[in-house]
Design a protein around this ligand. Sequence first.
Ligand SMILES: O=C[C@H](O)COP(=O)(O)O
Length: 251
Amino acid sequence: MRTPVLAGNWKMYLTPAEGRQMIETLRPLVEGLMDREIVLCPTYTALAAASEAIEGSNISIGGQNMHPAREGAFTGEIAPPMLKALGCRYVIIGHSERRQYFGETDATVAEKVRAALTEGLIPIVCVGETLEQREKGVTNPVVEIQVRQGLAGLSPEELPGVIIAYEPIWAIGTGRTASPDDAQQVCAFIRSVLAGLADDGAQQTRILYGGSVKPDNIKELMNRPDIDGALVGGASLKAESFARIVRFEEQ
Ligand SMILES: O=C[C@H](O)COP(=O)(O)O
């Protein structure tokens, strides 16, 4: 039995005050839901306010990225122990926006995954194909390379400590969601790739879907056997819509 994960990625939105307000509104709407993990990933500057605002609740926080080193002369970067010190339990690694705009590769993803696990952070590792790759019919090989290289060097025992987020790039922020069946197909394929790395571990590893997840499609997505939750962008900025997603409630 895999515990569902509903994670909100605020990207470069919400100031500390706006983030705090969002969490204060969210808390009563998701209170008592202990059978799922509820995660918010604010900007670095909103992490401290979010950390205070979630205290005593069933909501956790995570970083959107981090540097793999524990410290060093890396202007503008944030180290894993700094995320930990702010109360983060999770960290998103290799989001397609990081890969597209900031030159992240499967090799840097692998380095960061290792650093996150060493620090006791749960990495949410993002993979997914472009529209061009989907149209060429190469989704599976593209995703397989990202999974294998991004998780390179992990032992079979470490695998269940990682969360994979399948996010087709063409579905991010476009309002165009992969159909639940298409998303299920790729998530099942990812699980088969994981099974090659760790037989039992693959059954325990959570695989999320991301890309225009909304209250009106979450239920259908969660009905699929290999989709264990969602990584939500736009719809996680408002407490009401994120709460509906967390509760698997259609509008
Ligand atoms: O990290 C979240 C994804 O990029 C999905 O974003 P979206 O829900 O706005 O499409």
